[in-house]
Design a protein around this ligand. Sequence first.
Ligand code: GCU
Length: 430
Amino acid sequence: MNSKRFYLTIATLLVYSLGFSQQQKLADTVAGIPVNYKEDKAGTYTLPDPLTLNNGKKVTSADGWMKKRRPEILNMYQEIQFGKAPGKPDAMAFNVFDKGTPVFNGTAIRKQVTVYFTKDTSDHKMDLLIYLPANAPKPAPLLLNISFVPNCLSVGDSGVKKGFMWTKEGKKVSATQTAFRKFEVEKFITNGIGVALVYYGDIEPDFAGGLPYGIRSQYLGASGKPAPEDWGAIAAWAWGLSRAMDYFETDKDINAKKIAVTGASRLGKTVLWTGAQDQRFAMVIASISGEGGAALSRRNFGETIGHITDPARYLYQFAANYHDYSNRVDQLPMDAHMLVSLIAPRPLLLQTGNTDFWSDPRGEYLSARAAEPVYKLFGKTGPGDHDFPAPGDTSLLNPLGYYMHEGGHAVLPTDLDVFVTFIKKYLIAN
Ligand code: GCU
């Protein structure tokens, strides 16, 4: 490697290590609650059976799953964990202000759309940035990514509308450069896959006390306060992704039946909940989703419900009810394998990192194994009896797929190559 390349590589790695939220240090306690990182202290537990109905009867068919058990589990997540969200707003409107501009040397067509959530168009709106492959058959399949930064910072394209970001004081300010790496749109375009990007802050801000500023403020009841089962920020972001899907269904250049949705970390949790609730999404790719996402909560390793729902940390991302399970996880009627199972039979990829201990990559693998009986009802496979894979092992890219990179809490360029493989195999070929 020549020296210029070497420094470029170091610079790139630095940017990745700054990616998303900072990798948590292996602290003994978080929010005053001990954190376990020892495999032999992860405890023993019995997971609820995804196939046993609340009345004790077993579900044995795909039809029984879809009609009886799936709604029960969905309801548990709505009541307890993510909270209940409203439906599609009557006043929603789309403004396609960029109708198709050739970009990236003519290999892609860019569209930009503002989705208005309310009648008043001054606030509560989301910008959708869309790239479609110019040289592939239309309508195009597409990967929808929910990002931590505004669209203008997500990609290297000066034609993208300048967006806003949040300050902790609840002010929207012009997007300023951050250390976040760009989303590699062209990697997908060259493979015939469109990309759409949404900034999560357009939907709901991401801080405790953010409620008055985001879309949730528009749905408060007469008390002006959320009820314990009302939606948290994650459900609000998921709701926004469903509104993006509402737009895709109107665009004849986009194949709305072939939309994959992806996000990382708290946004990995978000895309799992999006796919669980909104079956129009044909595929979910959930990166480093961890606690409250695909990692088993009953397994005491890394983050726990107590840590995540601490009011000084991330309780605002969930229904308030979730906090009640901090000290009695064994009484939860569900666990993360049941969130995973709600995606069945649609392809789902869980992407993790082997040193992302806080997010418990093994807990995600065990969750996939425990969800597999549901996929099997549809003749689809998961990890089977394959051991916990080594980092970089691509042999678990089954419809209920699992992939772990060598490294920490991030989505690496090599992960995106795996996403392309997964999308080609299960979204495009099928
Ligand atoms: C924190 C949080 C995680 C979350 C992560 C992120 O580490 O504890 O649950 O996934 O932030 O969103 O980056």
